[in-house]
Ligand binder design. Structure first.
Ligand SMILES: [Zn+2]
Length: 76
């Protein structure tokens, strides 16, 4: 299964949010990074299943850490 495209956002509490674009309809699905489990399946509004592999989730964590480092944020 190919990994969906995703982006990382920090909310006003500096919590990392993963923005995953649905490969079927392009809808952006937002989930808190901390609540995502590897290979768990999320349902898009269009009914398609979206899942982030363990590798994809790890790169999401790496990306979030890099963003926090860039902003000098130490909050977990
Ligand atoms: Zn969709």
């Amino acid at each position: 299964m190919k990994s969906p495209r995703f982006d990382i956002d920090l909310d006003k509490h500096y919590k990392a949010t993963v923005v995953i674009a649905c490969s079927a309809c392009g809808h952006e699905n937002r989930h808190h990074l901390a609540s995502l489990q590897p290979d768990s399946t999320l349902a898009c509004v269009c009914g398609s299943d979206i899942s982030l592999t363990a590798y994809g989730l790890q790169s999401a964590h790496d990306k979030a850490a890099a963003i926090k480092a860039a902003y000098h944020i130490n909050a977990a």
